[in-house]
Design a protein. Structure first.
Length: 158
């Protein structure tokens, strides 16, 4: 079997960032998958499930309700390795194209107060595992290390 593209990325040198993971064609349409890497793989502790779950809920609500980007959102969810998230968008995009969108999402997570959207037994399969404090800490770390810096090394795989 051939290796999949994400296994070709050198995770030993990968930094937190906003990377284009892949671009796929569906007929005349392009679908862009982004790697929103929150931690440095194999160097930092992985993200804890409760914080990931809260980011997934808050991020998805923000993204799907965004007036400009909402209709382009195909998927937002965590990576199995627990070092970040995938964002799949309809369209052909570069990392720089979505910086403002991600800044808005991170700000929305960082400033959220109150109940987590969709965190009831009727709406979620694991509604008790959320941690808003942890989600905010992860969002602030991403803001500080990626969004405030916007280093080209954190936008393109090496």
């Amino acid at each position: 079997m051939r290796k999949i593209a994400s296994f070709e990325v050198d995770h030993k040198s990968l930094l937190p960032g906003i990377y284009v993971s892949r671009k796929d064609s569906l007929g005349a349409e392009t679908v862009t998958t982004f790697d929103l890497r929150f931690t440095r793989p194999n160097h930092e502790p992985v993200l804890e499930n409760a914080g990931i779950h809260t980011i997934e809920h808050l991020g998805a609500v923000y993204l799907r309700n965004h007036p400009e980007w909402g209709k382009r959102i195909i998927y937002f969810g965590p990576m199995g390795c627990r070092t970040g998230f995938y964002l799949v968008l309809g369209g052909d995009f570069r990392s720089e194209d979505i910086v403002e969108l991600i800044q808005g999402m991170i700000e929305s997570i960082s400033s959220h107060e109150g109940e987590i959207p969709g965190a009831t037994a009727a709406e979620c399969g694991n509604f008790m595992e959320h941690d808003l404090f942890q989600a905010k800490a992860y969002a602030e770390k991403f803001k500080k290390e990626v969004l405030d810096v916007q280093n080209p090394e954190q936008f393109y795989y090496r």
